[in-house]
Design a protein. Structure first.
Length: 190
């Protein structure tokens, strides 16, 4: 179950897996324009930052050095708060890099990654957790979102009467020419 969060300014989405196996799946399906966050040297959630598409629906690339400060703070809080060891420490280092800088080879454990260019990895000390409760309120999981989309689709189809009047089941008066009402009823109940 992938968890989604909306940023404070509404222009970004954060997403993370529940465990190392979901982290592995997220590594397979990430976008090149995503930014990856992790607690440095400790086990933690892989948190991804993705800018919402522009008005034309195209993905927007993010420069990891130009992430808005409040959005960066939320990412750091989310990563530290979802690290079993990191959330207990008074401070820990969080690293982030562009998704395309992540390296995964067959010798690595499930959920483990390396970097193609270590100089393209950014670090920041994270001390306290004060936004986690606020972020957790906005937490939506994939199942809830899927159910909501399916319900919306079903409701829309019901409002549009899709499938209600199937043209192949319809007949016109011309097709009934020469039939008596009794013949019509017999054909109808067949």
């Amino acid at each position: 179950m992938v968890f989604f969060f909306t940023s404070c300014d509404g222009s970004f989405v954060y997403y993370m897996g529940r465990d190392k196996f979901e982290n592995e799946e997220l590594l397979r399906f990430g976008f090149p324009e995503d930014i990856w966050f992790h607690v440095d040297g400790l086990s933690s959630a892989h948190v991804y930052l993705r800018h919402l598409p522009d008005l034309r629906g195209f993905p927007v690339e993010i420069d990891p050095t130009l992430i808005p400060e409040d959005v960066l703070e939320e990412c750091l809080q989310l990563v530290k708060g979802n690290s079993i060891e990191g959330c207990k420490l008074s401070k820990c280092s969080v690293c982030w890099t562009v998704f395309s800088n992540l390296k995964k080879d067959g010798s690595m454990a499930v959920g483990q990654v390396g970097f193609f260019d270590a100089k393209a990895v950014f670090h920041k000390e994270k001390r306290e957790l004060f936004m986690i409760d606020k972020l957790s309120e906005g937490r939506k999981n994939e199942i809830e979102q899927k159910e909501k989309r399916e319900k919306h689709k079903h409701d829309k189809e019901m409002q549009e009467y899709k499938g209600f009047l199937d043209p192949s089941d319809m007949t016109s008066n011309a097709a009934l020419k020469g039939k008596t009402p009794d013949q019509f009823v017999d054909d109808f109940w067949g």
